[in-house]
Design a protein around this ligand. Structure first.
Ligand code: NDP
Length: 246
């Protein structure tokens, strides 16, 4: 039986690595992209050239109706979702003093409301079928806070509260819910930070002395998605090169 994995934001740095890893392990991988993303067809074609036949659907994860409709189409055209990876996310970094309400609202909607929006339409089916994996991609900055990220840190910390509460509710039905908190990973979200800031402020805080690789996060997603991880639920797994230990 081929399991279906839905990865939100699969065309971003981490999402792509997660899609590739799960596909290589034999999952039927479906992903989403923002409705305005004009590069979706190009991405799908380049993945196909590399041997990955992904399905991708437009979905604004910050919008409940869009998420619900997207899941309904996926379930009709592909099948029920066995593994959900809530990966899509954004930053709107600015100090609290200068933060506008829109900076707060957009980050909360895309990074935290999205977890409700995407999980709600798939969770009951997982419970009914007696198997499921929900994996929420949070951040080290949700664990320790970060200057200029009150919005992002709050949303990412909120994700883990959701993880723990839902994990309790669905544990008896063999559905696991976990959070992954990556440190700084070399994707465009991080390489958009000026090189000087990376070199002088960020990398010196990482005992490994480097950014993480998307594949390193994808490997952990693969494990959490597996049957071997059946007893692991409600956890927040840090993967940050030693930057933050708790
Ligand atoms: P990217 O910016 O490369 O990718 C983000 C993805 O989210 C894109 O595919 C984007 O899709 C999607 N997305 C954004 N807004 C929406 C929306 N409203 N609806 C649907 N999709 C949306 O980021 P990363 O790959 O670096 O990050 C992935 C996740 O990992 C994020 O949640 C991030 O917070 C988290 N993370 C990243 C770290 C890092 O160092 N890179 C560290 C810790 C956590 P589209 O392009 O189509 O808009």
């Amino acid at each position: 039986m081929t399991r279906i994995a839905l990865v939100t934001g699969g065309m971003g740095g981490l999402g792509e690595a997660i899609c590739i890893k799960l596909a290589a392990l034999g999952y039927h991988v479906v992903t989403t992209y923002s409705p305005g993303n004009k590069k979706a067809a190009e991405w799908l074609a380049s993945m196909k050239e590399s041997g990955f036949n992904f399905h991708a659907y437009p979905c604004d994860v910050s919008d409940y109706d869009s998420a619900r409709q997207c899941v309904a189409i996926i379930e009709k055209e592909i099948g029920p979702v066995d593994v959900l990876v809530n990966n899509a996310g954004i930053t709107r970094d600015v100090t609290f003093k200068k933060m506008e309400k829109t900076d707060w609202d957009e980050v909360m909607a895309t990074n935290l409301d999205s977890v409700f929006n995407m999980t709600k339409p798939v969770c009951d089916g997982m419970v009914e079928r007696g198997w499921g994996r929900i994996i929420n991609i949070s951040s080290v900055n949700g664990q320790k806070g970060a200057f200029g990220q009150t919005n992002y840190s709050a949303a990412k910390a909120g994700m883990h509260g959701f993880t723990k509460a839902l994990a309790l509710e669905v544990a008896r039905k063999a559905v696991t819910v976990n959070t992954i908190s990556p440190g700084y990973i070399g994707t465009k979200m991080v390489t958009a930070i000026p090189q000087e800031v990376l070199d002088t402020k960020i990398i010196p805080q990482i005992p490994m002395g480097r950014l993480g690789k998307p594949e390193e996060i994808a490997g952990l997603v693969a494990y959490l998605s597996s049957d071997e991880a059946a007893f692991l639920t409600g956890a927040n797994i840090a993967i940050n090169g030693g930057q933050h230990m708790y």
